[in-house]
Design a protein around this ligand. Structure first.
Ligand code: FE2
Length: 372
């Protein structure tokens, strides 16, 4: 007899093994790489640039457990990367997904209406081959499909191993839990349809402006997941409120749709957040009163409340368990992309119970910037 999982897998025309890497276009990759090593504990992995025969850019690849981050900077003004950076500032360009067959992923998605951004190609060197392809998603973001089962090298052909004398300790970050996109007014449902029809994802959760609103601002969100749940993309759009919502502020400063936050998993959020804070990562702070009735709201948890309160870590429960989470402030001067640190203890949701406290914290930051 087929189980529900078998049925899902047999109907999954785009099997994904998870996130392969995330590429961020930045103004100065050398300095950004130093920041992600120092502040977040990423390790040096690979490099491409003039020394490796790439003339128009440099890319540094960093790794922490299963998460790979690529930081890319243009070397001249007359390039698509430079145009992208001029318009958006630092921001995510590629959400690359690990696939079994990059040529088939391209065929399956483009025949369902996906727009090509990277024709299938095979890169090879002495360590084997990496096959890749890509399609466009919201804003100027692209999904690349990476097939690396026949590759033994450090990252992919074209990159050399990046040996650095500066190697700060990791902070316990494990892998990408989910990645959230901010889209324009009335664009959430079209992008939900894109993930359903073109990529075979399912809408597993929805939030409307009644769930996610404060006195001032509101947003709507739908969470899209692939068949095995390894890849989850919530999509946000602004909703009418008394004042400007955080999604509107993002759209204004990013000058378009793009990735709002990357959530990274840890097995020990107290330890991870302590280290991140000590290394200068700035987090949103909820008022201490959040913790007064925490246990009444979420029931018994294994952690002591005191360290959670001290660090500002948030807790929420769904019917499968609970989760602990915390959000950084934007990591660039435009109020655009930020990170979430998340530890799941059974819960498969996204912290709906924290939205109000959290958005009020975001609004205090918005007001400080004069954007509320
Ligand atoms: Fe999130």
């Amino acid at each position: 007899m087929l189980t529900e999982k078998d049925t899902m897998q047999s109907s999954d025309f785009l099997p994904l093994h998870g996130t392969d890497f995330i590429e961020i276009y930045v103004g100065n990759a050398k300095q950004a790489a130093h920041f992600y090593k120092t502040a977040f504990g990423f390790q040096s992995l690979a490099y491409a640039g003039p020394e490796t025969g790439i003339k128009d850019r440099v890319s540094y690849v960093l790794i922490q457990n299963k998460m790979r981050l690529m930081l890319t900077t243009p070397l001249h003004s007359n390039s698509a990367i430079a145009e992208h950076h001029k318009k958006h500032g630092d921001g995510v360009k590629v959400l690359a997904l690990m696939v079994e067959d990059a040529y088939d992923a391209y065929e399956q998605t483009t025949k369902r209406g996906g727009v090509s951004s990277l024709e299938p190609k095979t890169l090879s060197d002495a360590n084997g081959e990496v096959r890749m392809s890509g399609i466009k998603t919201y804003g100027e973001v692209e999904h690349w499909f990476i097939e690396r089962k026949n590759y033994k090298g450090v990252f992919m052909p074209g990159f050399v191993s990046w040996e650095s004398a500066y190697n700060p300790e990791p902070t316990g970050l494990l892998y990408v839990d989910h990645c959230v996109g901010n889209v324009d007014w009335n664009q959430m449902n079209p992008w939900v349809a894109f993930y359903e029809n073109v990529m075979g994802f399912k809408n597993i959760l929805s939030f409307d402006d009644n769930d996610i609103s404060t006195e001032y601002s509101a947003l709507m969100s739908k969470v899209m997941s692939n068949g095995n749940g390894y890849v989850k993309f919530p999509i946000n759009e602004p909703a009418e409120g008394k004042k400007k919502s955080q999604v509107e502020e993002y759209l204004e400063f990013y000058e378009g749709e793009g990735v709002q936050h990357i959530a990274i998993a840890t097995h020990d959020i107290v330890s991870t957040v302590k280290q991140l804070m000590a290394r200068g990562v700035e987090f949103l702070k909820v008022p201490n009163s959040y913790y007064d009735d925490l246990l009444d709201r979420v029931g018994p948890i294994e952690e002591d409340i005191e360290p959670l309160k001290e660090l500002g870590i948030l807790v929420d429960r769904d019917n499968e368990g609970y989760l602990l989470q915390l959000f950084t402030k934007p990591v660039e001067d435009r109020p655009t992309m930020f990170f979430e640190i998340i530890q799941r203890k059974g819960a498969k949701s996204f912290g709906k119970g924290n939205f109000k406290a959290l958005f009020e914290a975001i609004e205090r930051e918005q007001a400080n910037r004069g954007n509320l």
